[in-house]
Ligand binder design. Structure first.
Ligand code: EAX
Length: 362
């Protein structure tokens, strides 16, 4: 069996170069220092482990595009994916990474997979509910009490079934990673109760449940792609948005949002997708390699995301963001206000799936 020891060197060199670049930038500005520190505290990218996969002698190029920026946990996961795939295909699969929606926003990237002009992407599940209605469970408020429950669902039978369901219409679904628990930010005032949201213009994902959530809370929601969000916040087209701490920081939303509320209202997974056109051209050995790499990426990326979550909340506070932490009573008020949304969508989605998920958290 061939081992991969010799092919690891170029990857290490690339990473060292990036680290030096980050440090150099870090010494120039104070904000840069904080970013460089946060990056250096990410759990290290694991060594690539496993044999070289059996190919067909052909070379492949795999473009992998995501909506979040280069400094987030998601991109870090992609770097690990690249290491695994390039090393274990002995360089026969070249992985090219694109961040910040460079090759299109979440929905555009998915349709590029379908038409075969892009090989891989990993969007939040929420913008895909029109294609895969059962993904709506991930938009129900307060359904996942802990990340461990989310793991059990995603990595268990329910998650496997959903990957199969999503493997249609020119797509093949390979695995899960996480965006994480969503937190509200805004430019206007501190929010500790639904009343504080009165009339606030909140950007939501392109998803009907999210729209309902913010309407029901009394805000004035506008659906919009993630790629347009920073500019919309900066120009005051919307007052607020909601995303996990790591996405808030890596997208620099805190530069245009003074207030945040630790609302944890929804847990959002990322789903790793590959173009069926690309997939069907690959020899089985490379298909298995991509599946393995997607799973390893998902495990590592979730570790990074969770390690950084509290740390980044603290950094945002230190950088001057006014963060409201809700008391259990205040959380209960949000939950009670949102119970009609929950009931209505429970009907539409089908109670059985929700009960299965609930059963996992008992
Ligand atoms: O890739 O649209 C959003 O707010 C999501 O968090 C986005 O998918 C991040």
């Amino acid at each position: 069996m061939t081992t991969i020891t010799t092919s690891v060197a170029p990857f290490t060199r690339r990473r060292l170069g990036a680290a030096i670049a980050a440090l150099t930038i870090g010494s120039l500005t104070l904000g840069g220092v904080a970013t460089a520190q946060a990056a250096s505290e990410m759990p290290p990218i694991p060594e690539v482990d496993g044999p070289v996969a059996e190919g067909d002698g052909n070379d492949y190029t795999l473009k992998f595009s995501i909506g979040t920026t280069q400094s987030g946990a998601q991109y870090r996961g992609l770097e690990y994916f690249e290491d695994i795939v390039e090393a274990r295909s002995d360089g026969h699969i070249q992985v090219e990474l694109f961040h910040s929606a460079q090759l299109g926003d979440d929905l555009q990237a998915v349709s590029a997979l379908q038409s075969g002009t892009l090989e891989m992407t990993s969007p939040s599940t929420s913008p895909l509910v029109n294609m895969f209605p059962e993904f709506a469970v991930f938009d129900l408020p307060f359904l996942f009490p802990t990340p461990e429950v989310a793991d059990e669902v995603l990595d268990g039978e329910i998650g496997d079934r959903m990957l199969e369901t999503a493997s249609t219409n020119g797509l093949k679904a390979l695995g899960w990673a996480e965006n994480g628990y969503r937190q509200l930010t805004n430019s206007q005032n501190a929010v500790a109760s639904p009343e504080d949201l009165d009339g606030l213009k909140v950007r939501t994902m392109q998803n009907p449940i999210h729209l309902d959530i913010w309407k029901t809370l009394g805000a004035n929601p506008t659906p919009m792609s993630f790629a347009e969000l920073f500019t919309a916040l900066e120009q005051g087209v919307v007052d607020g948005q909601e995303n996990p701490w790591i996405t808030i920081q890596s997208s620099k939303f805190n530069e245009v949002q003074d207030y945040a509320t630790e609302s944890n209202h929804v847990y959002t997974p990322f789903i790793t997708l590959v173009s069926e056109r690309f997939w069907s051209r690959l020899p089985e050995g490379y298909q298995d390699l991509l599946s393995d790499a997607a799973k390893q990426m998902g495990d590592y990326q979730r570790e990074v995301s969770r390690t950084l979550n509290d740390q980044i909340k603290q950094e945002l506070m230190d950088e001057g963001m006014n963060i409201t932490e809700l008391t259990p009573e205040q959380v209960a008020t949000f939950q009670e206000t949102l119970s009609p949304v929950y009931d209505e969508w429970r009907e539409k989605i089908g109670g059985e799936l929700i009960d299965d998920i609930r059963a996992v958290s008992q």
